[in-house]
Design a protein around this ligand. Structure first.
Ligand code: GAL
Length: 414
């Protein structure tokens, strides 16, 4: 609804954009890499950041749009310095942060860091502590040339005292402790435009207000790199698709392709579903040991183009006539979403292997008539009134449908 081509809605969109964290970035889901799933604290180092940047170039990932090298938790020392400044751990950042950010910028890439609204980060490093340090922390980010700031929700105000790492009885609303950091980032935007990624694990229905606070927001607790996580997060994304759009996207969490807990079929579905749901595509794997099979998935140009389509609208589920509707917590077989030049259909064998067929007339955004289509994993192409694929358990097909010249649309209502 947000971006429907209707004058009133377009006007509403611009009004809304004016109050958002609107610093001209985040118009497409961001693409990159994050250290956390690779080796948690051990990967929060200059060595990992620079090595990954080199591999973005040598593996052709930069050319495909992967851009951000993001360092997650554990990059600082255990306490702030005497002036309240964050101190990069010298054993992990021997030349400091700026030297690394500069090198990464010279390679045409961007560099991100991680912080936390609470007293400590989730791994026990200094947080911005009720935002006492928001402005000072942002001034350090600006000085170092940081492009991305992930902001976590551990040790935040809680009815339990002292606040535990993960509070189950929050003393307030996440918005309260994310606003000062949003304002500090906005305040600095003339010198540096920083992507603000809210990581409150989907609390307080972040998708309803995230657009006014950040450029992307985590809508769930972590992806643990197993099929259950893909089911849990992927199925939840269907119900909140309308909240994603240029300037603010549901973040389904880092991609866990290559995890030993996911087989090849599950990896394809994971990547394909995150892509059509317009999630940021952030690799959470060690590029030094990536397999050819995983590389082929993350380098799929057609799927990346669908994710990066300028319309920025997320696909959601639909149910063709006679088929069962979505089951809670399971990956529904039928997904569709609009693209600037067509429609994407996702067919997911998340519940069972089988033949999955759709008539285009039953797909939201399509109608009667013949269309050209292309499937992005197999490379199959065709023209007709529908598609049908035999899909193995937990695998996916991602089909881009464009109007064929001979397509006969339903006559528009007068
Ligand atoms: C979690 C967050 C993860 C990772 C981790 C670091 O709260 O969801 O993505 O950042 O903290 O400790």
């Amino acid at each position: 609804m947000k971006y429907a081509p209707n004058t009133l809605l377009v006007a509403l969109f611009w009004l809304r954009a004016a109050e958002a964290l609107d610093n001209g970035i985040g118009l497409k889901p961001h693409m990159g890499w994050s250290s956390w799933n690779v080796a948690q604290c051990d990967a929060a180092s200059a060595r990992y950041a620079l090595d990954t940047a080199d591999r973005f170039i040598s593996l052709g990932l930069k050319d495909l749009g992967y851009e951000y090298i993001n360092i997650d938790d554990c990059w600082t020392t255990r306490s702030r310095d005497g002036s309240g400044k964050l101190v990069p751990d010298p054993s992990k950042w021997p030349d400091g942060i700026k030297a690394v950010a500069d090198k990464i910028h010279d390679m045409g890439l961007k560099f991100g860091l991680y912080g936390c609204a609470g007293q400590q980060t989730c791994a026990g490093f200094p947080g911005s502590d009720g935002n006492k340090h928001a402005e000072s922390d942002v001034s350090q980010l600006v000085e170092w040339g940081v492009d991305f700031w992930k902001y976590d929700n551990c040790y935040t105000p809680c009815l339990d005292n002292p606040p535990p790492q993960t509070c189950q009885r929050p003393a307030g609303n996440t918005q309260e402790w994310y606003a000062p950091m949003r304002d500090a980032i906005l305040g600095a935007q003339d010198t540096r435009k920083i992507h603000f990624n809210l990581c409150n694990w989907g609390r307080d229905n972040v998708w309803e207000w995230g657009y006014d606070y950040g450029h992307s927001w985590r809508m769930s607790v972590d992806n643990w790199g197993d099929w259950e996580s893909v089911e849990r997060i992927g199925s939840a994304a269907a119900g909140i698709s309308e909240y994603s759009g240029p300037g603010g996207f549901n973040d389904l969490d880092m991609l866990y392709l290559g995890s030993p807990k996911l087989n090849a079929n599950q990896g394809r579905l994971h990547f394909g579903l995150w892509a059509i749901a317009k999630s940021p595509l952030v690799l959470g794997l060690d590029l030094a040991t990536i397999s050819d099979e995983t590389l082929a998935v993350i380098r799929n140009k057609g799927i990346i183009a669908i994710n990066q389509d300028e319309l920025g609208k997320a696909a959601t589920t639909f149910t063709p006539p006679g088929k069962p509707g979505p089951e809670s917590g399971k990956i529904h077989p039928y997904w569709a979403g609009p693209l600037s030049d067509g429609v994407v259909i996702g067919l997911c064998a998340g519940i069972s292997a089988g033949t999955y067929a759709v008539d285009f007339k039953d797909v939201p955004g399509l109608g009667e008539g013949s269309y050209a289509w292309e499937e992005m994993y197999t490379g199959d192409k065709g023209t007709g009134t529908g598609v049908s694929f035999d899909i193995d358990l937990h695998d996916m097909r991602v089909i881009k449908v464009t109007t064929a010249t001979q397509a006969k649309r339903e006559p528009a209502a007068l």
